[in-house]
Ligand binder design. Structure first.
Ligand SMILES: [Ca+2]
Length: 488
């Protein structure tokens, strides 16, 4: 059912494209638009067949991909469909705390089609190299100032080769006089870090913001709690996933993957460490008085050991009721010298001592209940009492577990508007990955949910629909009853 639905979406989406293409082409007659479904079927087949199976040049697909266009105010959009890195700045910085060999940000970025793309022309930004530092960034059309409107940051990631250990998160770089995208590196101040990150079996979806302490002016990272949702498939299924962070002026936030909420909360309650420090703290100078009694129970001082309490009675005694089993061979040893053993010929009595046959289990004992001296089995002694201890009673002097007294926190402050973060003026990717070919696409930073949703429908939605239609096509072809004759 889902594939059918996807196909339907694909038809709709691609149909829209066909109509748009028609609008742009005045010479076209109306028949093409009416017969959308046939055109589409052809279009998708031709895309399929454009894989380099033969040496002839691939046919031009009828359905041409069209880059998405934002439908409202945006601070940043990038679809990479112009095919260049225009507007992006590669970092020339070095990491100062690592070996010279790997300290350079010399990882490669390229604008490419996705591998096995179903939408030729839909390009994205690809982190090409493995085991290198990558840093690239781009300026917003205007700095984002946190005021009365929400912040929405959204983009697509496809781990085309899966991901062993590496990140695909973005950093929204703080607007500071020192910000120099040419020298973007791991310590460049950011306002928000958001997106997927994975190492080993740890699948993360970061949302971190840097909060300015209003008392000290120092910044501290605040991390969103981990999502309850299982994130693994987003990293392993090699599909394109859409990551969205929505931050609202009332301090609430939502994190979505593929337009489904996977984490949500409030900047005041759900970040770690908390934005606001506690109002009171324990007095570090307070000390527990020496006579403070923390014992809830004590041994009864008035108790006396009863006269008949025998501390020496053993825990176990021989069972006097036990009877020696019938047929017990008291005079037979359990082991005897092996009658079949022979002294080795090279045995030297002077060197090796007197030869003795090795011991073996006495064959006579095999059919008897036992051999040798019979002993009574041991049982628990009913008269055993052990060491006498006085019973425990409530301690009338108990004062409870001591705690230092509370004092006002000298570092206390209260910021009720953590949403009002440091303005940011650029978006950056500063990443290390042990797996190559991470595909990024369709970045958008805006303030209206509808604008982000439209952008998603025209970008990520189209990718998903095209993939769905191609999957459906494959399934149909795979079924022998429906196998179509090849065109050529
Ligand atoms: Ca694109």
């Amino acid at each position: 059912m889902e594939l059918k639905w996807l196909l339907y979406v694909a038809l709709l989406a691609l149909g829209t494209l066909a109509i748009q293409a028609h609008d742009m082409d005045d010479d076209n007659d109306g028949d093409d638009v009416v017969d959308i479904e046939d055109d589409l079927d052809d279009g998708i087949e031709e895309v399929e067949e454009s894989k380099p199976e033969t040496s002839s040049p691939p046919p031009t697909p009828k359905v041409t991909y069209r880059a998405p266009v934002p439908t409202g105010e945006v601070y940043f959009v990038e679809s990479f469909d112009k095919g260049t890195l225009d507007g992006w700045i590669l970092s020339k910085a070095k990491k100062d705390d690592t070996d010279d060999e790997i300290s350079k940000y010399d990882g490669k970025w390229e604008v490419q089609d996705m591998k096995d793309t179903k939408l030729p022309g839909d390009k994205g930004l690809v982190l090409v190299t493995r085991a290198k530092h990558h840093a690239i960034s781009s300026k917003l059309s205007k700095p984002f100032v946190f005021d009365t409107k929400p912040l929405i940051i959204q983009y697509e990631v496809n781990f085309q080769n899966g991901i062993e250990c590496g990140g695909a998160y973005v950093k929204l770089l703080s607007k500071t006089p020192e910000l120099n995208l040419d020298q973007f590196h791991d310590k460049t101040p950011y306002t928000i870090m958001f997106g997927p990150d994975k190492c080993g079996e740890d699948y993360k979806l970061h949302f971190i913001f840097r909060h300015k302490n209003p008392k000290t002016g120092k910044y501290e990272e605040k991390h969103a709690k981990r999502p309850d949702a299982d994130l693994k498939t987003y990293f392993t299924d090699k599909k394109t996933h859409l990551y969205t962070l929505v931050l609202n002026p009332d301090n609430s936030f939502e994190i979505l993957v593929d337009q489904t909420v996977v984490n949500s909360g409030n900047l005041l309650n759900d970040m770690s460490p908390p934005v606001n420090p506690p109002r009171e703290i324990e007095d570090p100078n307070d000390q527990k008085p020496e006579d403070w009694d923390e014992r809830p129970k004590i041994p009864d001082p008035d108790a006396v050991k009863p006269d008949d309490w025998d501390e020496d009675a053993p825990a176990k005694i021989p069972d006097e009721n036990a009877v020696k089993p019938e047929g017990w061979l008291d005079d037979e040893p359990e082991y005897v010298a092996d009658p079949d053993a022979e002294k080795p010929e090279d045995w030297d009595e002077d060197m090796d001592g007197e030869w003795e046959a090795p011991q073996v289990a006495n064959p006579k004992c095999e059919s008897a209940p036992g051999c040798g001296t019979w002993q009574r089995p041991m049982i628990d002694n009913p008269n055993y009492k052990g060491k006498w201890k006085p019973p425990m009673i409530d301690n009338v002097n108990y004062q409870g577990i001591w705690k230092p007294r509370k004092i006002p926190n000298p570092d206390f402050f209260e910021d009720l508007e953590p949403f009002k973060m440091t303005p940011f003026s650029a978006v950056g990717l500063e990443l290390w990955s042990m797996t190559s070919d991470i595909f990024f696409d369709n970045f958008i930073i805006c303030t209206e949910r509808a604008v982000a949703d439209d952008w998603a429908n025209d970008g990520w939605g189209l990718k998903k629909a095209a993939d769905g239609a191609a999957e459906e096509e494959e399934n149909v072809n795979r079924s022998p009853r429906n196998r179509k004759p090849r065109k050529d």
